[in-house]
Write a protein that binds this ligand. Structure first.
Ligand SMILES: Cc1ncc(COP(=O)(O)O)c(C=O)c1O
Length: 350
């Protein structure tokens, strides 16, 4: 029996626009080869930096384009090593590991179906030394699929102002919404004073390009650029120039529409299968992104024939799990949930 992966938070192969990217990579090298195949500015390929800056209404100098957005999170973790950092629980496991490895004192802040709880944030702010920053994924969160309500976004931005709190808004999934208008970003609500915005082309074009970015306050941008120079000299300009060519051709919106259709069919298949097979459990109902958060009536255990990530990896309770609907087909999702339900219906330890 082949294992069905509901663990991998990666796009299904058909989400990746392979042909178009092959063409964009060739065009990027032909047009600007001596630039993109050489060492260059550490802040990123200038035309892409300008495109991102315009999209977010800032000067290009405040944009740092990194080799995937996780790289930028690693730089921030280095910059604030040993300090106190607030994170919502559950949260994406890789930043948790990056922060822990740098001796950061991590304070968890509770969330519910509407995202991070502002009262819990206020209590956490009062309960210890001034944190270096709050790390949050407000839209289609990894791992829970939840989205912070607009009202709470306003409250969070107010709290950031009142407490002079720096917020890292990690938003790789915001453009991958299946229905309705996405809520305003924290960055938009705040005007970019207390909020660092980070996003990525991993979910909107292709993760293998390794193109992520940060919109930073100027002083922090300078500091992180210095770290980037001493880490990799120049980011992967060929990946960035390929992304820029893809954007320049107007391919982003049509690609997003295609990807949203592929992913929302998978989300629907998973929700329907859960409804049918696991009535004793509870789960989130994401309106975008890659993940559903499952709460079982018992502890999550390894299940033969289907893989998923236990919620404890993300700081969740032992009865929780992250199910990714992004990677396998709708049929495989239905079969995977059937296998999961058959196993968790057994008593613990069997
Ligand atoms: C919330 C979140 N942030 C950052 C990343 C990393 O993205 P990138 O491929 O840009 O490094 C991911 C990838 O899954 C993610 O889920």
């Amino acid at each position: 029996m082949e294992t069905i992966s509901l663990a991998r938070g990666i796009p299904a192969p058909e989400c990746i626009p392979v042909e178009e990217l092959a063409d964009c990579a060739r065009a990027a090298i032909e047009r600007d080869g001596t630039t993109v195949l050489s060492y260059g500015p550490v802040g990123g390929y200038q035309p892409l930096r300008e495109w991102i800056a315009e999209r977010h209404g800032v000067e290009p100098a405040r944009v740092l384009v990194t080799n995937g957005s996780l790289q930028g999170i690693a730089f921030l973790a280095d910059r604030f090593a040993g300090r106190r950092v607030l994170v919502e629980a559950p949260t994406y496991d890789r930043p948790l590991k990056l922060l822990a490895a740098r001796g950061v004192d991590i304070t968890v802040v509770a969330m519910d179906d509407q995202g991070l709880d502002p009262d819990a944030l206020e209590a956490a702010l009062a309960a210890g030394p001034q944190p270096a920053f709050l790390y949050t994924i407000p839209t289609f969160q990894n791992p829970s699929g939840r989205t912070l309500s607009t009202e709470r976004r306003r409250r969070l931005v107010e709290l950031a102002r009142e407490h002079d709190l720096l917020v890292l808004e990690d938003d790789p999934y915001g453009l991958v919404g299946f229905e309705g208008e996405p809520p305003p970003t924290l960055f938009e609500l705040d005007g970019g004073e207390h909020v660092i915005y980070s996003s990525s082309f991993s979910k909107t074009i292709a993760p293998g390009l390794r193109v992520g970015y940060f919109v930073l306050p100027q002083a922090l941008d300078d500091e992180l650029e210095a770290m980037a120079v001493s880490t990799y000299i120049t980011p992967v300009l060929i990946g960035q120039a390929t992304v820029f060519e893809f954007l320049r051709r107007g391919n982003l919106e049509p690609n997003l529409e295609r990807v949203r259709d592929l992913l929302s069919a998978r989300r629907d298949a998973m929700l329907e299968a859960l409804e049918r097979e696991l009535p004793s459990a509870a789960w989130s109902r994401p309106q975008g992104g890659y993940f559903i958060w499952l709460e079982l009536p018992r502890e999550a255990v390894d299940v033969p024939g289907v893989s998923f990530v236990k919620g404890t990896d993300f700081g969740g309770a032992p009865n929780t799990a992250r199910l990714a609907f992004s990677y396998v087909s709708p049929d495989e999702i239905r079969e995977g949930i059937r296998r999961l339900a058959a196993a968790v219906a057994e008593p613990v330890g069997v």
